[in-house]
Design a protein around this ligand. Sequence first.
Ligand SMILES: Cc1ncc(COP(=O)(O)O)c(C=O)c1O
Length: 389
Amino acid sequence: MELYDFDRHVQREGTSSVKYGLRQMFFGSDEVQPLWVADMDFETPDFVRDAVLQRAMHPVYGYTFRNEAYYNSIIQWFARRHQYDIRRDWLLFSPGVVPALNVAVLALTEPGDRIIVQSPVYFPFFWAVTHHNRTLIHNLLTKSDQRYDIDFDQLRAQAKGAKMLIICNPHNPVGRAWTKKELETVAEICLENKIIVVSDEIHNDLVLPGFRHQVFAGLSKEVEDITITMHAASKTFNLAGLATSTLIISNEALRQMFKHSLDGLHIDMGNLFGAVATQAAFTHGDVWLDQLLAYLNNNLDYLDLFVKEHLPRVKLFRPEATYLAWLDFSAFGFSDDALKNKMIHEAGLGLSAGIEFGPGGSQCMRLNFACPLVQLKTALEKLKKVFGD
Ligand SMILES: Cc1ncc(COP(=O)(O)O)c(C=O)c1O
């Protein structure tokens, strides 16, 4: 079996990478060590690069369609990795999950409709609602010493009269891999109140050892019928630059409405190389992914121990999924601006400010630990200098 080398340093400067190339714009400095945008400082796997290179060798890049092997790679991936059966005709495509979130809002709700999100959460969820003049409802996650949980009582109250719930499953940024039981309660509330559920499962392959992903639509036929699942190979295999994602919609009426909006925007053609890469990833990716997850878990163990030993006033909410660690700095009592400034100008680190993830994110920071361990170690030493005791 091939052993992949996740320790290898990859030079990303000069590649128009958002994470590296836009540091000046986002942090006011080109010098910060970037641990923000959710892509990885690992090589996209060789079997994906080979497939793209091979296709790139053909001298014509004209219009293309998605072939049977492409559909099968996705269907079989979900069956194999998530025990979820998809029918070919349930699949639609979009250049990304964020565009698809916007299409879902436009296609399935009306201006003024109430749409619930579970904050703190990936901020494009907010924009997908407010940009289209729908009403944003925050079902704030509750925070205990160990982890974040869903406030079901509040959700039950907010669900009355709401049209849609957008869940992040698993959750970015707090790292929960929601359990079957938790999702069943969410589903029961949504079924009772006739709410459409958008389940953003872009991180669903990145569930760390000891935890399990539950495809929301996989709970039951009834639940499947009210759900739009969004997925991509982009996070898992580090190919976000190829802008390709998948929608899974079993309900014929919802799918037709969604498709009508997609067609209206003419955005489902997709990118030739995105399709080639996605197919290669889902066809050949199991071994690579298992090794990636082991490497990420090792990074996380290191991070966890380091925080306990050297950063006693920082609290890590150890993620169950994703490569994003949610760190709470509230014990210092800094304002969000002061915390951000310290992080940039004193620690020399570019993390995502928690406040960007909406209510509940204040005084927290999100750290992307998908990088070679030496890079993570360097970053942690920088954190220790400013936030250590
Ligand atoms: C929860 C979640 N959804 C969607 C995206 C981005 O999706 P896309 O690049 O396909 O638009 C991200 C990227 O960080 C994410 O964390």
